[in-house]
Design a protein. Structure first.
Length: 84
């Protein structure tokens, strides 16, 4: 079994925008163009890292904790970040 098959069998990947406040998730991938993917990587969004959702103010922005930093993301950005 390849690493990709193991990952997909470990559970469904969902957009960060759907994760409830207080949950901890692991980043799987960023489904965005090169510019946004680089911007998110520069902010600390690296596949395999843990993200904690502090606040998910539907329909407002998300507040997340990444590597000890509190960040605010718009819903459009959060839709492009896949987690498990």
């Amino acid at each position: 079994m390849s690493a990709e098959e193991r990952e997909s069998s470990a559970g469904p990947h969902v957009p960060l925008s759907l994760v409830r406040a207080g949950s901890r998730v692991r980043l799987v991938s960023v489904q965005a163009g090169r510019g946004l993917a680089k911007r998110l990587a520069d902010m600390g969004f690296v596949p395999g890292d843990e993200i904690q959702v502090v606040s998910n103010g539907v329909p407002g922005p998300l507040v997340v904790l990444v590597k000890g930093s509190r960040l605010v993301l718009g819903r459009g950005m959060a839709e492009k970040i896949l987690v498990k």
